[in-house]
Design a protein around this ligand. Structure first.
Ligand SMILES: [Zn+2]
Length: 177
């Protein structure tokens, strides 16, 4: 497994609509494992492949002890509304309140290439919606008011001027023997 570099706001892959995965093969399983490792290391609740520069429709989620991969995910039904603060590994230290559906039904393909459906609500439903947005080139800041977004982006640009649009993560220290 490899730790992958995170792409940050400013990287074009975050604004690219990712392409459907044709088949779940060994290379894709490797990518899935790398996404889980990278998400865990970055302490995120979700990670989409285009956040590591790969524009394929694959994302992983780990929220409220629910851990799963979504290949070619779609939301087949959505109801209710929830509003809560969100952040994103690709826009560190920026947070904003986003309204999402409260309950959804997800349809996606798993690591073995099998299609599955899953009902989710609350934080898990929020994470799924956030990650599918990524696959469509949408970021959570796009859901904020224009004014709020302008303020956050102006601050981001000031603090990140001249910095690279990718970030290498440090592997966690190996456990002491
Ligand atoms: Zn994100």
């Amino acid at each position: 497994m490899s730790l992958l570099d995170l792409h940050l706001l400013g990287s074009s892959t975050l604004r690219t609509r990712s392409v459907e995965v044709a088949a779940v093969d060994e290379a894709l399983r490797q990518l899935i494992d790398d996404l889980f490792l990278t998400m865990d290391t970055a302490k995120g609740v979700g990670l989409a492949a285009n956040q590591v520069g790969i524009t394929k429709r694959v994302a992983v989620v780990d929220a409220e002890s629910d851990r799963f991969v979504m290949v070619n995910p779609i939301i087949t039904s959505a109801e209710g509304r929830q509003r809560a603060e969100e952040g994103c590994l690709s826009i560190p230290e920026v947070y904003g309140d986003v309204t999402r559906a409260e309950r959804i039904v997800l349809e996606a393909t798993d690591r073995e290439g099998r299609r599955y459906t899953k009902e989710a609500e609350g934080l898990v439903a929020r994470a799924i919606q956030h990650e599918i947005d990524h696959l469509d080139g949408i970021l959570f800041i796009d859901h904020l008011s224009a004014l709020k977004r302008q303020i956050l982006l102006a601050r981001w640009k000031k603090e990140n001027r001249g910095k690279a649009v990718t970030k290498s993560l440090q592997p966690p220290p190996s456990p002491k023997k």
